[in-house]
Ligand binder design. Structure first.
Ligand code: AVI
Length: 320
């Protein structure tokens, strides 16, 4: 009886959606886990560490480009705006934009990692006392009700997080964002560009092994939600550029055959098979322009970082 009660409370405590997605993802022919599950407290910290790595050029390139983008935006965005950041994380990128664009009266960062988001939002509020900062914990890949917003809307989606969607998902996201942001809105989006596979390879296989820890952390998360079924030491980080698809693929490769039980579901791992944990798509200007156009947006401005390492686009909502 006591055991039954304990079991029930554990079931109630746990993230049921995550558990179902994990069971589903590890039951298919190609095992997979969704990259949004990287970002628990520890995963978000690993990601912040990745952004400080020499090899991880997207963060450095975009961070260097954004002050220039923001100063030019000030001449385009002359109304009052509510700015909505999708997948906000540590809120580093928004600072130059808030510095330059006086018309931003409200800032609504949306992120799945609630504690991390609230801590970052509190710091930002102190720095920008004239902007009302209203964080929303949620999954930005699904429609979210943001309530009544009077001002025009400026969406912000930096960091090439759009690259973690497949092109079809990216089109759907852009389409939903067009619905959420409405008439007269803009969307400022950071997109990683196509470049040499060697540069891409070192960005996702850093010498210090931080990306490997970030990737393997998803197994710790499974262990927290189930009864520790996974053995992270039986997996290895593997990332490569899939030229046909135009993306980096990240996997966890199984080093020795073993069996795992997720509740009463038996999952067999054979040596050398992998769990696909992330895709990170890279787009040329033409490719990204086509995605935007299919989703109700027109490109208003394009900015490219040094050596075309990264791109930032200002998209303008097409009339409905
Ligand atoms: C968040 N996202 C854009 C990162 C990327 O580059 O795809 C996540 C990441 N994965 C490994 N390193 C960084």
């Amino acid at each position: 009886m006591q055991e039954a009660v304990l079991r029930k409370s554990r079931t109630n405590d746990r993230d049921q959606e995550f558990c179902e997605v994990v069971i589903d993802g590890l039951s298919g022919a190609q095992k997979k886990l969704h990259p949004k599950y990287f970002y628990d407290q520890k995963g978000s910290q690993y990601f912040d560490e990745i952004c400080q790595l020499e090899e991880y050029y997207p963060y450095q390139a975009e961070t260097k480009l954004l002050p220039k983008v923001a100063s030019q935006l000030a001449g385009i965005l002359t109304h009052e705006y509510a700015m909505i950041e999708f997948g906000a994380g540590s809120l580093q990128k928004v600072r130059p934009v808030l510095d330059q664009i006086q018309g931003i009266k409200r800032f609504i960062p949306i992120d799945i990692s609630g504690d991390h988001l609230r801590a970052s939002s509190a710091l930002l509020s102190q720095e920008f006392p004239d902007v009302s900062v209203d964080p929303v914990e949620g999954d930005f890949s699904k429609p979210i009700d943001l309530g009544e917003i009077q001002e025009r809307k400026l969406g912000f989606f930096p960091g090439s997080t759009i690259g973690n969607f497949t092109p079809d998902e990216a089109t759907k996201f852009l389409h939903n964002a067009r619905q959420t942001l409405g008439q007269n809105s803009y969307l400022l989006v950071g997109v990683d560009t196509k470049k040499s596979p060697a540069t891409l390879h070192s960005a996702y296989n850093d010498a210090a092994g931080v990306t490997a820890k970030f990737n393997l952390n998803i197994l710790d998360r499974i262990n927290q939600e189930f009864d520790s079924p996974m053995s992270p030491e039986k997996f290895e980080h593997y990332a490569y550029f899939n030229a046909e698809k135009g993306c980096i693929e990240m996997h966890l490769v199984c080093l020795e055959a073993h069996t795992v039980y997720l509740d009463d579901i038996r999952v067999e791992f054979s040596q050398g098979e992998s769990i696909h944990t992330e895709s990170s798509y890279k787009y040329s200007c033409e490719e990204f322009g086509a995605l935007a156009q299919q989703s109700g947006w027109s490109i208003e401005r394009t900015w490219l970082a040094d050596q075309n390492l990264f791109s930032v686009y200002l998209l303008k909502a097409d009339k409905a």
